[in-house]
Every structure is written in C-alpha cells, then in structure tokens.
Design a protein around this ligand. Structure first.
Ligand SMILES: [Zn+2]
Length: 449
C-alpha cells in the first residue's frame, strides 16, 4: 500500500532554463542566467548560460531551493485570532482546554490548510511539532502524513508529548498529559511507518514547563537508539526562564544540558533568551535553532539574537510557528520578517537579503539534520521554488534576488518536490483550495462547538 509516497520518484527528466539559479551551495553560487536539470526526483546537473539539449524557458524567473519550515503546529489553524493580547502562558492556558477536544478529522483539515498555505509560499518540507494527544483519540499523526502525501510535500512530523500536568507543577491541564511509556511506545511505532524521505518522525517533548525531566531524558535515549531527531521549545519568554529557575534552579540551556540534549541531533524553537556564552555553546555542540520572528513579535516574547547565532556558527532555520500565534503560514513572510527584525536589532549590516533566504533553505535543512535538501546541487533532491520576476513589485529592481526578498512575501509560481510539480501558475495541483477552506471551517466549528 502506497500510503506516504515513495522515497525515489521516477519522473520524466526536465530542464528549466533562462532563470536566475540561486543554488545556496557552500560557496553561495548563483547563475544570473542559468539552467537546472532534474532526473528521477534528483538534480542531475545545473550551470550558467544555455543548457545542453532541449529545455523549458522560465522567462527570467528566480529558482531557489524549496523552503524548509523548521517549526509549526498545524493543528492551530483551527484556533486563530484567539487570546489576541495574551502573553505565552496565559495564551496557552486559554487554548489548552480547546485543543484537548481535537480528533483526527480536525487535524487532517487543519494540516491540509497549513500545508497548502506553506506550499504556496515556497515551502517543500514542513516540520510539524504536534504534542496534543487527547485520551482515546488515535490516528492524529497519520492524518498529518496523509494530508502531506496528498498535497505532495515532504513532512517531518513529530510525536510530541506532555506529561507534567498542573497538579505536578506543570502548565497543561491534567487531562492532556500522558504516561511516559505510552508516549515512547507510540513514537517508536510511528517511526516504523516513516520512509525517511517524504516522511520522517522526530521525538519532540513540548517544553521544559510541560514535560518531566524523566521524559526529556528518555526521549533523548529513544531518539538516539532509533536515529531520530530531537526537538522542543526553549527560552521563548522571560517567564519561561523564571519558571525554569524556580523549578530546576538553572537556566533553560543549563537544563537542556542536564537532560542530555546539548547535542547536534537537537534543534529548539525560539531560543530568544540566551546569554552570549550559551549561544556559543549551541554553536560548539551543533544545536540548531528554529527562528520564528512573527510568532515572537505576535506574543511580545522578544527577538532572537540571530546575528549572534550565525556568528557563533549555530545552525539557524525559520519557522512560521502555529497559526494561533502567527495567523499566516507563509514562510516567505518569515524570510522578510527575519531580515527586518535582525536589522531592527542590529542595524543595516545585521542581515543581508541572501542571508535571510539562506535561513529558509540551507539553514533550515541543516537545523533539522537533512543533508539531501536545502540547496541546488547535483545529487540533491529536486525540491525547487520558482519565483516570477515580471510582476509590479520587482520592476526597477537592480538585483532580482535582493528585490525578491525585500519586496516579499510572494506566492510561488511553481513548486517542485522530488521532481514533481506541486504548484503551477501559483495554484496547487493536488488539491482544491476552496474545498480545503470549506472543510477547515467546518472542523473549526466542530472544535469550538
Ligand atoms: Zn511552537
């Protein structure tokens, strides 16, 4: 049964030409007028000028690697524009009881919505951090995998977890926490059905304030035994740091080290409140960061010191984060937002347009531990985002790449995943947006009923 798509897709060879090719390789190679050839789902060759053999002209479009979203909660598209002026902890306490009613039908509709939005913003690989598992509800992660498979995008799903309820000093309500053994067994089961290319499973306890120390430690042990990635939220707000100091008598990063998480198979969301030595420790230990600028601004949490992370050789990717704290799942918007907040914090030299684009591509792939995506190089997967440059907003631009970022966000013209077109002429090929939107509203109404 072909449930989740194949890891090596046999597609008709195709060559795209007459395009600015932004490879995002180690040297930052760009071909102002170049071409790229795709065979069997992989990039077979690329170069400047005219290609050898027949090709399809893209008429001066820009080709970038497909974007990689490094942090999200797809289920939250059902709970947008709620607790609009709340801080993180109040926002969570308001929404937990609603999220506790989610089922697989709702998650499927929510995932299709978020994944469709992301695909139209140039995203070919989506990491989703799901940690809400109401008792007696099954098939949640399978619903996400199915939604991604139908749309044709790569998904890195997580079997998240919470086991520290209010009565044990945690934040989530007691009816939303699980037993450690159940979490670990279900994670191992799900890891067995992922193919590693179109679908992956990551071990992702929610956060230090909703998960016990034992679950943090056992999650790391399981991930290392199965060769899976590890993810959690970290140092998002000053309240979280105060909570950590009170409960564990250390900072969030010290806690991470204590539970064996300061390793290169880990990436953490937000990481706003780190000291300079802690930033350098992330770099030295290879811990990655999912930078979510819009969500952080929306919740008034602060701005992550991304310039400092990059200078310390920390792997940094971008995340839209869940739609309850960033109502729009548009990764191009995060590219521009990352550039703007970095400059707002550190001046005009704090981040270039190409560095912002790199966070969404090569940086994101590195952060989540993927070496097969994130750049356009022979042998890598054929995940491409193709951007038109003939619209109103790029007229007069001295440089199509800088112009694209500075005038963003944009809807992608074509999106190619493993050699297959997922978006063409700005429209999804594998799904009807009106139908997705209708069904998502129906399921949101069920959740709130
Ligand atoms: Zn999050």
């Amino acid at each position: 049964m072909e449930l989740y798509g194949s890891s090596s897709m046999a597609t008709t060879p195709v060559t795209y030409s007459d395009a600015t090719v932004v490879t995002m390789d180690e040297a930052g190679t760009e071909h102002e007028r170049g071409w790229i050839r795709i065979e069997n789902g992989l990039i077979s060759d690329l170069g400047p000028g005219d290609p050898p053999g027949p090709s399809e002209s893209l008429g001066g479009a820009v080709i970038t690697p497909g974007f990689v979203n490094t942090h999200h909660h797809l289920y939250q598209t059902l709970t947008r524009a709620r607790a609009q002026d709340a801080d993180l902890f109040t926002w969570l306490r308001t929404l937990y009881p609603v999220w506790a009613r989610i089922d697989d039908e709702m998650l499927y509709a929510a995932a299709r919505t978020g994944l469709a939005e992301l695909a139209l913003s140039g995203c070919t690989t989506v990491f989703d951090h799901h940690y809400v598992f109401p008792r007696g509800v099954s098939g949640l992660i399978e619903a996400e995998l199915r939604a991604a498979s139908e749309l044709g995008v790569r998904i890195v799903a997580s079997r998240g977890s919470m086991d520290l309820g209010v009565s044990d000093g945690g934040l989530p309500p007691d009816n939303l926490v699980e037993q450690i053994d159940d979490v670990l067994a279900d994670t191992e089961r799900l890891a067995g059905i992922a193919d590693g290319a179109m679908t992956q499973i990551v071990v992702a306890p929610c956060s230090p304030f909703s998960v016990s120390t034992r679950l943090m430690e056992e999650s790391a042990a399981l991930a290392r035994r199965l060769g899976l990635g590890l993810h959690t939220h970290l140092a998002e707000t000053v309240e979280e740091e105060a909570y950590c100091r009170e409960l564990f008598d250390c900072t969030p990063v010290e806690y991470l080290e204590r539970v064996g998480w300061l390793e290169s198979d880990v990436w953490c969301a937000h990481c706003i409140h780190l000291s300079q030595p802690e930033i350098e420790r992330f770099g030295a230990h290879g811990v990655g960061v999912a930078h979510c600028p819009t969500s952080n601004l929306r919740l008034g949490a602060g701005v992550a010191p991304v310039r400092e992370y990059l200078d310390a050789n920390v792997k940094v990717g971008l995340g839209v984060d869940g739609s309850a704290s960033n109502e729009r799942s548009d990764l191009f918007f995060e590219v521009k937002q990352a550039l703007l907040v970095a400059r707002g914090r550190g001046g005009p030299g704090a981040m270039s347009a190409r560095e912002a684009l790199q966070l969404a591509t090569r940086g994101g792939a590195r952060a989540i531990g993927r070496t097969d995506i994130g750049s356009l190089e022979p042998g890598k997967r054929a995940d491409l985002a193709i951007w038109r440059t003939d619209g109103l907003e790029l007229g007069g631009a001295a440089d199509p790449v800088g112009g694209l970022v500075l005038s963003g966000p944009h809807r992608v013209d074509r999106l190619v995943v493993g050699g297959n077109e997922v978006v063409r002429d700005g429209e999804l090929l594998g799904a009807d947006i009106a139908e997705i939107a209708r069904e998502q509203r129906k399921q949101a109404a069920r959740l709130w009923a």
